[in-house]
Design a protein around this ligand. Structure first.
Ligand SMILES: CC(=O)SCCNC(=O)CCNC(=O)[C@H](O)C(C)(C)COP(=O)(O)OP(=O)(O)OC[C@H]1O[C@@H](n2cnc3c(N)ncnc32)[C@H](O)[C@@H]1OP(=O)(O)O
Ligand SMILES: O=C([O-])CC(=O)C(=O)O
Ligand SMILES: [Mg+2]
Length: 298
């Protein structure tokens, strides 16, 4: 089956009508309309109303639509959920998520709203944003708190704010937190989405950060500008050399009947179960990205 990729989540402030109409032309895997920090306090309600109308009227096609609501402990969070879910929103990002209880509170609210509006109970899925030291420590419990949680994201700006440190380009201050979020997402079987990179003009630094987060286990990146989308897709989409090598490995493994155990050598390299699994994953990512693979069924 074709895997749904979430390589990119393009943030768009929901108080900007233009973004509501045009953001899908940049073809991110996901758009995330923001009601939280990108929206001034005195525009929160108007932005929510605007987003509700957009959700009812606009077809975003293949692009998966998320909204970042305000935290439930604010004056806006609960009303965000009460307005957006009946308008058809199926994906929420819960910011500043710090505990299993934060997820359970949202789960209870969502269930009540789904029941009241004849929406299938459990159909609204949640991405929990881990952006404080407490959230990092609790990220496994958060990721496992409800079947609604399909991904967790890391938020470095609030994380460094809470920790009282600077966010540097080298990112040493983030390493443990990032790794913890990625490992716990993996244990829980959910996607891990890495944090935004604010220096829009620094393409080289952005690429370095995306590659490093991918190698820590993140399956995608939050973006703040359309120019970042294609760069992330390139990094997360296998190139033709990797695809050809993977096909060769899988075919050789099948011919030698070692898919359940055993080793062979292909082009001087040892091939065994983990190597075969990695080759299959590369093909899965390629197919998910829309690349046609001939000959090998995965
Ligand atoms: C720490 C956090 O919480 S991060 C998450 C919250 N932050 C956000 O949501 C911010 C998202 N990003 C933005 O709002 C903007 O990109 C900004 C403010 C950073 C820069 O905006 P601009 O100065 O307008 O960028 P720029 O002039 O390069 O834009 C180029 C084009 O891309 C569009 N564009 C820019 N950013 C976005 C975006 N995030 N989504 C969709 N379209 C966008 C612009 O409208 C413009 O379109 P045009 O060519 O048709 O005029
Ligand atoms: O989730 C993100 O990357 C953006 C964010 O809110 C943060 O960094 O605090
Ligand atoms: Mg934040």
């Amino acid at each position: 089956m074709k895997k749904k990729l979430r390589r990119t989540m393009l943030f768009c402030p929901a108080n900007k009508p233009k973004h509501l109409f045009t953001s899908m032309i940049y073809e991110p895997d996901c758009i995330i309309f923001d009601l939280e920090d990108a929206v001034p306090f005195n525009e929160k309600v108007a932005a929510r109303d605007l987003l509700v109308e957009a959700l009812k009227a606009i077809d975003y096609g293949q692009v998966e639509v998320f909204a970042r609501i305000n935290a439930l402990y604010t004056d806006f969070g609960e009303d965000d959920v009460r307005a957006l879910v009946p308008a058809g929103l199926k994906r929420l990002r819960l910011p500043m998520c710090e505990s299993e209880k934060d997820v359970k509170d949202l789960d209870v609210l969502l269930t009540e709203i789904e029941r009241a509006h004849n929406i299938e109970v459990g159909s609204v899925k949640v991405q929990c944003a881990i952006e404080t030291p407490k959230g990092v420590v609790n990220s496994l419990a958060i990721a496992q708190a409800s079947p609604r949680v399909t991904s967790i994201s890391f938020g470095a700006e609030d994380f460094t704010r809470t920790l009282g440190t600077d966010r540097t380009k080298a990112g040493n201050e983030l390493f443990l937190a990032r790794s913890t979020v990625a490992l716990n997402a993996n244990i829980a079987g959910v996607d891990a989405i890495d944090t935004v990179y604010a220096d829009v003009k620094d393409e080289e630094g952005f690429i370095k950060e995306v590659e490093s987060a991918r190698n820590l286990g993140f399956s995608g990146k939050s973006c703040i500008h359309p120019s970042q989308v294609e760069l992330v897709h390139k990094i997360y989409t296998p190139n033709s050399k990797d695809i050809e090598a993977s096909i060769k490995i899988i075919e050789a493994a099948r011919n030698a009947d070692i898919e359940k155990g055993g080793v062979i050598v292909v082009d001087g390299k040892m091939i065994d179960i983990p190597v075969i699994a990695k080759a299959e994953r590369i093909l899965e990512l390629a197919v998910g990205a829309g690349i046609q693979i001939g000959g090998v069924s995965i």
